[in-house]
Each structure stands twice: as structure tokens, then as C-alpha cells.
Design a protein around this ligand. Structure first.
Ligand SMILES: [Zn+2]
Length: 545
């Protein structure tokens, strides 16, 4: 009986929008995550298969090619050149405190990334160290940690997270991490200020992960999009430094780390040089360019074709890598992100069947998310359709393939009209909003919607809820936890015939409705007044009349 009445409820909703087919969702995930697709690594045979499959499906859905212009005609893809950077040979790091020199060890004392500023060799001697607190310039919060400090030729020593993380209250959203807290922001801000380098002090709680994660992700091969001016976003040296070593360096310079960290939590903080302490470094970098592709399909708007609503998801996964205990070395990525791509295709099919909306709708399957959100970063830096008139972005990454939930979430925390619209419309689908339980971990900055958000475009990553209609929170949370421990980023993230895909089919009704409403309206949703991306959006307001 319960099942019957639920079916009736869903049928009532289906009358207000298109049907989404759980069987097709399953089939798409099955194909994309099959061993034949080799884990969908960018610039591999798996990429060719994936791109071909997506183009075929978008064509069958009746969409238009929405990618790069080739001889005056749009193709189905956007070329994404990626830089691949690897340290060659030893990393020589020498500390000097005025009395003695001390060799530091790559990976143990510091975790230095391969330089991505275009240099083949990083080689400097006796660079001074300056502690810049949290390294934040936030005009909308009347906050400036630099106070005019010149960083040319100097290494900035900076704290991770934002100034109110420790106290839990203040101008940076309390425990929740603003973008000023993220390590990418620290690197970018020091590059903007012309610093020689950045040393981020590793502390486990504010970083949300241990030194091993820092070490593994920074001393590995690095990737970036190919940029016209790489030095504008990458200082020559980008590194993390161990906390205990930092405390010791402060001591040798006659400074108290904890006291200065307290000061850094206030507006009055001023940068402090670590007098007498210098660092020398020498390491070579091998830089190559590889080519990958974003797939771009489009429904052309009937009234305002130059205004665009975007649905997105990343098609790539980890490819072929180290074998697991069973000897399996194909990282199939069924959930991550076969599900998001299947959802994107199913939404495209619905739009392909419906009358054209007033505005254009773009279906963007991006590459190289797993290498640092690079396909979306490339699109947002080289937009095929202007960002100023891009209404909003709904991204989908690693959705649940199981049953229907009573709730949904988004990655991280943010204040924007687009989320308010999801919450309001969610009521029609019996989906309530459950906020990210750990906003301090900065999940908002770790999915593809963020590449758009930092350029001011209202953007969220939709997430499946855990409060299942059958089994409730206990079942939903267990399933999520099992996935994280047993399958996430492992060869065992594989398609299963047991997956019903009923939840995704249900949630897509909501995502269609919110996107469709935007595409048929004249509205320009924005960020909340105190959101860090509001200023970037408002700067292009004149282009949205
Ligand atoms: Zn993903």
C-alpha cells in the first residue's frame, strides 16, 4: 500500500514535467563505467570512447553541437589543452637561520609542487620569509592582511582556512569555510601580489586532512589548464610546510607562533618578517602539454538565445592505475561520475523532446575534474558562451544510484538565489534541503560548479539526499559511508545490476523544473550580498539588462 500511494504521488508530479527513465540512467552508467572505457582518463583511448558516446547520445536527443567554432560551424567539443608538470631530479631545500644551514627534506619538511608558472628551473638563494597571517584580501569584509607589505622576492608564510575558523564566529561565516580559507586561494593571492612563493602552514584541523594527503597531492604530477599568463596565478614556488618546523622557525626568529596566529584572527594584524631566517631552493620541472576535450551540446533558446542556463558534470575519472587487492587496475568511476553524466544525458533527452525554452540551455560534460577541476576551469576561462549572460550552473557529481530520498543537498555551503529556488521547488518533489554537515571542509570549492562561482556565475553542485523513503537516514547514511570506504576513487567503483536509479529519476524532475523555469524567465539570480562571489557577478551587471 505504501508503495502504491508513493507511486501515485510521483505520478502526480510526473504530470507537471517530463519522465526520467531509470533504466536508461542505468544503461548509460553501465556503458560509461565498463572496462572498455578504461576508467575514462583524459588523453587516453578511454577519452575517445567516452566523447564519441556522449556525442552520439546528444545527437540522438536532438540537440545542437555547442562547442568550438570550426570553419564557422560549431562542433560537439571544446578543445582543452592541459599542462602536465613534474619535478625532475632532486629538490634541494636549504634553511639558514644566520648561524647555520640546514637541509630540508621534500615530502617530510616541505611538500613542494612542480612549478606551474612556466619556469623549467626554480633556483633562488636566501629568500626572506614573511608571515602574512591568513593571507586574506576581502574588501567586502573590510579585511586586508597585507597592509601594503611588499612580497617581491619573498616567501609568504600563510595559515590555512579563514580567520574565524578557530573561534567559530566572526566575519568569515564561522566554522564554514569561505573561499579565503582554501589553499588554492592562498596560492592565487600570493601570485597576484608577486611573491616569490607561498608556504602554507599545515595544521590538521583547519586543513581538514593530515600531512600525508598534503604530501601525496603536492609531490605528484601536477596539471593545470594552459594559460596565457601562468605567472598571474602561480608564484614560482608553491608549497606546504609542517607546523612543528614552522613553530621552531618562529622561535629562532624571536617570534611566538601561537601569539601571532591569535593576532592574525583580527583586522589589526600586520605581516611580520621572520628576521634572520631564509630559504634557498633548487629543482627542475618538466612541462608537457596534453590535449583533452569538453563535450558541449545545446538547445538554442527561442527568444533570448544569447542567455544560457548550464547543466554540467565531469565525464573523466582516474583511468588505469595501481591495481587493488584483486588485481583490478581499471578505475571505472561508475558513481564518480558515470551517474552525473547519465543524469546530464537524461536531462538533455527531456529538453530535446520539449518545446525550445526562451533562453538557451547548454549541457556541458567537462574533462579533468579529477586533476583539479580543469575542464570546467578551462571553460570558465575560455567560455564558449559569455559568462555575464550565463544565468546559472547546475552541476552533478557522484549521485546516488539507489532509491528515492526525501531530501537533497549541495556540495558545501553557500548563499545564493539558485539554492533558494532548489529549496522552494523541492517541495513539489517532496525533497527537503539538508545542508552539508561539514561546511568547514570546504566542499563548495571542490566540484566543477566552483570554476564558475569564482567568476561570479551563480552555481551549485546538486547532491543526492541520504534520507531514503525506504530505510530512512540509517540506510542512506550507511550506503554513503560504504561507498566512501569501499569504492570512492577505487577500482571497485563499478556498476551494479542491483541499482534501481529510482532516486536519480525522481531528483531529475526537480533539476529539470528549476533549470526550465530559469530558461523560460527573465530572472537573473545572484549571490547573497555578503557572498565572496557577489562582487565578481555585479561587475558585469551592465551586460544583463
Ligand atoms: Zn566527481
Amino acid at each position: 500500500m505504501l508503495v502504491l500511494s508513493l507511486m501515485a504521488a510521483f505520478a502526480a508530479h510526473a504530470a507537471t514535467g517530463p519522465e526520467f527513465d531509470a533504466k536508461r540512467l542505468s544503461q548509460d552508467v553501465k556503458v560509461l563505467s565498463s572496462d572498455e572505457f578504461e576508467g575514462r582518463g583524459p588523453n587516453t583511448a578511454g577519452e575517445t570512447k567516452t566523447v564519441d558516446y556522449l556525442v552520439e547520445q546528444f545527437k540522438a536527443a536532438g540537440l545542437q553541437p555547442g562547442g568550438d567554432l570550426v570553419k564557422g560551424k560549431r562542433g560537439w567539443t571544446q578543445n582543452v589543452p592541459l599542462g602536465r608538470f613534474e619535478i625532475q631530479g632532486p629538490v634541494t631545500l636549504t634553511l639558514n637561520d644566520g648561524k647555520a644551514s640546514q637541509a630540508l627534506k621534500q615530502g617530510d619538511d616541505l611538500a613542494v609542487r612542480a612549478a606551474m608558472n612556466g619556469s623549467k628551473l626554480i633556483d633562488f638563494k636566501n629568500a626572506p620569509l614573511v608571515f602574512v597571517g591568513y593571507g586574506v584580501t576581502a574588501p567586502e569584509r573590510h579585511w586586508d592582511d597585507f597592509k601594503g607589505q611588499d612580497l617581491k622576492g619573498k616567501l609568504a608564510v600563510v595559515l590555512i582556512n579563514d580567520p574565524d575558523f578557530e573561534t567559530g564566529e566572526g566575519d568569515f561565516g564561522g566554522k564554514a569555510m569561505t573561499y579565503y580559507g582554501r589553499w588554492t586561494y592562498k596560492y592565487e593571492e600570493m601570485a597576484r601580489r608577486g611573491a616569490l612563493g607561498t608556504l602554507i602552514v599545515h595544521e590538521t584541523a583547519p586543513a581538514a586532512y593530515g600531512w600525508n594527503t598534503v604530501k601525496n597531492s603536492n609531490t605528484n604530477v601536477m596539471y593545470d589548464i594552459v594559460r596565457k599568463k601562468p605567472g598571474a596565478v602561480h608564484a614560482p614556488m608553491e608549497a606546504w610546510i609542517q607546523r612543528d618546523l614552522t613553530v621552531d622557525l618562529f622561535k629562532r626568529a624571536g617570534l611566538d607562533f601561537e601569539a601571532l596566529k591569535k593576532q592574525a584572527q583580527t583586522r589589526d594584524f600586520k605581516p611580520v618578517e621572520l628576521k634572520g631566517i631564509t630559504l634557498s631552493a633548487k629543482y627542475a620541472v618538466d612541462a608537457q602539454v596534453i590535449n583533452s576535450k569538453n563535450v558541449v551540446a545545446r538547445v538554442v533558446g527561442a527568444k533570448a538565445p544569447n542567455e544560457t542556463v548550464i547543466y554540467s558534470g565531469h565525464w573523466d575519472h582516474l583511468g588505469i592505475g595501481l591495481p587493488d587487492a584483486k588485481g583490478d587496475k581499471i578505475y571505472n568511476g561508475a558513481i564518480d561520475n558515470g551517474t552525473g553524466i547519465a543524469a546530464l544525458l537524461e536531462l538533455a533527452r527531456a529538453y530535446g523532446k520539449a518545446p525550445a525554452p526562451a533562453r538557451s540551455v547548454v549541457f556541458l560534460a567537462v574533462t579533468a575534474e579529477e586533476k583539479g577541476l580543469l575542464g570546467s576551469e578551462y571553460y570558465a576561462s575560455n567560455p564558449v558562451y559569455p559568462l555575464a549572460t550565463t544565468v546559472g550552473v547546475i552541476n552533478m557529481d557522484a549521485l546516488s544510484a539507489r532509491g528515492v530520498a526525501r531530501d537533497f543537498t549541495i556540495s558545501g555551503s553557500a548563499k545564493l538565489d539558485l539554492l533558494d529556488r532548489l529549496i522552494a521547488k523541492g517541495k513539489d518533489w517532496d525533497l527537503s534541503y539538508t545542508p552539508d554537515p561539514t561546511p568547514e571542509a570546504g566542499h563548495f570549492f571542490r566540484s566543477d560548479h566552483f570554476s564558475f562561482a569564482k567568476k561570479g556565475v551563480p552555481a551549485v553542485s546538486f547532491g543526492s539526499g541520504n534520507d531514503w523513503v525506504e530505510g530512512g537516514l540509517a540506510a542512506g547514511r550507511k550506503s554513503k559511508q560504504d561507498y566512501v570506504t569501499a569504492n570512492y576513487h577505487q577500482p571497485s567503483d563499478e556498476w551494479s545490476a542491483d541499482w534501481s536509479f529510482a532516486g536519480m529519476a525522481h531528483d531529475l524532475g526537480l533539476l529539470y523544473a528549476v533549470g526550465r523555469d530559469l530558461a523560460d524567465s527573465r530572472d537573473w539570480p545572484n549571490w547573497a550580498k555578503d557572498a565572496e562571489f557577489r562582487a565578481a557577478r555585479d561587475a558585469s551587471a551592465a551586460q544583463r539588462k
